[in-house]
Design a protein around this ligand. Sequence first.
Ligand SMILES: Nc1ncnc2c1ncn2[C@@H]1O[C@H](COP(=O)(O)OP(=O)(O)OP(=O)(O)O)[C@@H](O)[C@H]1O
Length: 603
Amino acid sequence: MSTVRPDRGDEVPAARVARARYNRILRFAGWNLAVTWFFELALPRIGLVKIAERTRTRRMQKFARKFHVLAVDLGGLMIKVGQFMSSRLDVLPPEITKELEGLQDEVPAVPFELIRRLAEAELGVPLAEAFAWVDETPVAAASLGQAHRARLGPLDAADTGLDAVVLKVQRPGIDEIVRVDLAALRKVGGWLSHVRLVYSRVDAPALVEEFAATSLEEIDYLHEARSSVQFAEIFANDARVNVPEIVWERSTRRVLTLEDVTAIKITDHEGLLAAGIDPAEVAPVFAAVMFDQLFTTGFFHADPHPGNIFVTPRVVGAALVAGAVPVAGAAPVAGAAGAASGAQGDATDAAVEHPFTLTFIDFGMMGMVPPSTRAGLRKMLIAAASRDGKGLVDAARNLGVLLPSADTSELERAMTQLFARFGGMGFAELREVDPREFREFAVQFGDVVRALPFQLPENFLLIIRAMSLTSGVASALDPAFNLWDSVEPYAQRLIREERGNVVQDVARQAAESARVALRLPGRLDSLATQFEEGTLSVQSPAIEKRVARLERSIGRVVSAIVFAALLVAGTVLRGDDVVFGTVVMAVSALPLLHALFSGRRGR
Ligand SMILES: Nc1ncnc2c1ncn2[C@@H]1O[C@H](COP(=O)(O)OP(=O)(O)OP(=O)(O)O)[C@@H](O)[C@H]1O
């Protein structure tokens, strides 16, 4: 570790190390901010914008390489920051994501003696007493902790019915490292809050606080244990999902003992095929399970990277449903096939007899989609379904994606154009559209959007992360997999479940003002009038019938939500890179269009 200021000779060594770490992070951030300011603001101001454009890719590569070195060297939260960057596959350029992809695997393991000491201090007994056996070689060494295989002692085994377990132990001193890293990140967040390019789109200090809250939760294993129980309860009657049991007697804030559920890694193609499981069959199930979390239960696994999901072949009695390869922790088939679903709603989907179960681990990073955000997203959907450009913009404002001060007439116009140009098309037809046309539109649309004060609202950091990882894992399982395709059946289901809410919202929104009603398509317009006149009760068969028709036009709930997330991601995080922003916009436009116009074809 580099420079320690001589005038701090009175500090104890630990404090000196902490200060050096803090300074190193700040120097790195400060230097890169200065370089970015010079190329992206100072040069364009004196007419040298071409230099900024020509050097951008090289600068990004260099930044990623240097950050990589810093993160491996410092570990701690810098690895997490790198992970966040690399999971933004949809918005960050490949120069950065590729460089930072394998970061987590490069963390060196802590010698077992130190792990033993910490675990024994935490558990209050020698490890040999607490466990029948502990493997001194870790299964995995991560930035905050490391995991070892172990076997429970006879008493614990009898108590819990478990034998093979995994013992997670935090890195000694990780609390202090996290504290220092957060202090440095807060400082950087403060700097960024003075940079117009940033503060106009992102509340950097709030973003750092969101990251800090997540990180502090991650170093409390009891919090992780409680989250895993909550997650398990939500999916208790869902045959698609499995969660390891916690051994509470052997768990503390810094030590976590849990059922060993090792099975086939979700991205292990050979392993899946050998077990008779088609990876392409896993992709839509995984996507649907993630959508359930994000949009139905609102409590979601925010770190669904391939290392955190196993595919467990299901067994009937002693026999595996799929293939003949026995895998440790294979899940027994859950009770009757028709087990009632939990919060996911559609029982048929949740209890479908797939030849596998998805086993989630690592509940350290969980996210919540608060009801207000879900309501905001629904408003956006309704505006989208009624092809209401202005409504869509208002909804974005309500959601906090767009600052209240924004002059949005240009955006409304762009939306109206979008509806006019692609309005009559279904998804299949949209796919036939010349990509150049999309591109052209996306450039215009992107320019309008970038000029507006879009921002990354609170709570979106983890939502976007989960969505990006879901998309990445699903495509790794099946390169032909299209997230939007799997959205369709899911959205249909969601609409059926949310029927009541949609009715209420549509009616309320329509009644809000005559101005709104005027913008709505005919069928909604008359609906609104009746509602306002009080001639229509929300439960009446007439409204039911109309809403059934409306349902068809709103048949893409999640598409619209995914669109919203991508739109935010693309605009907020991309800044001025037109080419990349264009791609994101084009991608965003597809599901939106899909969402908007399927109803018109009466599907
Ligand atoms: N219950 C379990 N059963 C089997 N293996 C497990 C279990 N829990 C953890 N592991 C193994 O240990 C590794 C690290 O565990 P986990 O992901 O929970 O730790 P982490 O410190 O939060 O790491 P990261 O942040 O990289 O995901 C996992 O990738 C997996 O290989």
